[in-house]
Write a protein of this length. Structure first.
Length: 415
């Protein structure tokens, strides 16, 4: 048995939570493989809104097991807070003992460094994600499994503070005492110990016993540390390949890959955005689409669908099909634009260059439609909406297999 995978194809916020939640009703196991609580998946079920940051979106299937993999960076305080939304998680939620811990000083470092950069700041969430991943790569991080031995972990963290005293002093950061640390770590141990496990072996055993496994990423392809719009990216590999290192799978264990895209495009924070619309269209997308970050509450920048970017991201991820989200947000536009090529230095290109700063979008237009809200059958879509979807398929070279027509789980077309 191979694991199927859901991956964001733009700058995150594509609506992965709804699709994973919908598909998870048919899966036995749902696994998160990278990122931290800077991610935010919003799910609407029967008019009730759930905001997830670390817990996999399969949590709303009472029969599904949910796994937080080793590639995730875990804030124990935020995870415990998030767990309070749900009852009876024991036996349904597992955290890799090899996942790295985000502790309070990571967030403090993150915010201090962003403040020092001023107008050159990346625009991070300030959640400590980057500093935690940096510690991991520098081999100075601490892992979830170490929570089971509080005294030893406190000694290691205290030693870490001493080795990095110059950094903390330069940033004017007061580090906690050993007593304060022990109290904090002991509370985490008490509440999270039943959920800590060797999740790599768990996933292998699930696949070997023919369980249906779904893999879920956070953020989006264009925020990938290697292949995104560097340096305005996140600190992990958000593409499908990240699922292998983030869970302990090999490439042969990956099955169907579904890329999630919005019917338009958004991004949070700083960095290039070729199709950003600064006029009334962008404002309408933001208002109708309620484009505000689940994690930070920051307003998202909005613009037209970038098919060049999606084609690039779909190739990186090996997408078998696309899920087109929030089609209903485009209701009422007289015309709708799709970026089908770029112009750079007077030359027209149909691929994503390494630097998007000086790229100008080249658009094709289609007629708009009145309303697709709540449509659940492809044949019932307005002809103009079908033409829009067909243009996306033509330029990206990937079939659109799922179409979302409202935030509700059931307002979804499966072709």
């Amino acid at each position: 048995m191979r694991a199927d995978l859901i991956v964001g194809i733009q700058w995150g916020d594509e609506g992965k939570g709804k699709i994973v939640d919908m598909l998870a009703q048919k899966y036995d196991v749902v696994c998160r493989y990278q990122g931290g609580h800077n991610a935010g998946h919003t799910i609407w079920v029967n008019g009730v809104r759930y905001a997830l940051h670390l817990i996999p979106s399969g949590v709303l299937n009472p029969k599904a097991i949910n796994i937080i993999g080793n590639g995730v960076v875990v804030s124990p305080a935020d995870l415990i807070k998030e767990m309070k939304q749900f009852d009876n998680l024991e036996g349904r939620l597992f955290i890799s003992d090899k996942a790295h811990l985000i502790l309070s000083y990571h967030s403090t470092i993150d915010k201090a460094k962003e403040a020092l950069k001023g107008d050159k700041a990346i625009g991070t969430t300030g959640k400590g994600i980057g500093p935690c991943y940096a510690d991991k790569i520098n081999r100075g991080g601490h892992r979830v499994g170490e929570l089971l031995h509080p005294s030893t972990l406190v000694a290691k963290i205290t030693e870490y503070f001493e080795h990095n005293r110059a950094i903390f002093d330069a940033l004017n950061i007061q580090t906690p005492t050993a007593t304060e640390l022990f109290e904090e770590i002991e509370e985490y141990r008490e509440k999270l110990a039943p959920y800590i496990a060797n999740t790599t072996n768990m996933v292998w055993n699930f696949l070997d016993s023919d369980k249906k496994v779904l893999l879920e990423g956070a953020q989006g392809t264009m925020l990938d540390i290697d292949h995104g719009t560097y340096p305005f990216v996140t600190s992990s590999n958000t593409i499908s390949a990240g699922a292998c290192s983030g869970l302990g799978l090999n490439p042969k264990q990956i099955g169907k890959v579904t890329g999630i895209v919005k019917a338009y495009c958004t991004r949070v924070g700083n960095g290039p955005f070729p199709t950003e619309d600064f006029g009334d269209a962008g404002k309408t997308m933001a208002e109708v689409g309620k484009e505000k970050g689940t994690t930070t509450g920051r307003l998202r920048r909005c613009g037209w669908f970038d098919a060049v970017l999606v084609k690039y991201a779909a190739k990186l991820n090996g997408c078998d099909d696309l899920s087109l989200m929030k089609l209903d947000v485009l209701d009422g536009f007289e015309t709708i634009k799709v970026c089908t090529a770029y112009e750079i230095d007077g030359k027209v290109i149909d691929f994503v260059p390494s630097d998007l700063d000086n790229v100008k979008p080249i658009y094709e237009e289609v007629k708009g439609w009145k309303s697709v809200v709540g449509v659940r059958n492809y044949d019932d879509l307005p002809i103009e909406a079908k033409e829009y979807i067909e243009m996306i398929e033509r330029v990206t070279g990937v079939r659109v297999g799922i179409i979302s027509t409202s935030p509700e789980r059931d307002d979804t077309i499966i072709r």
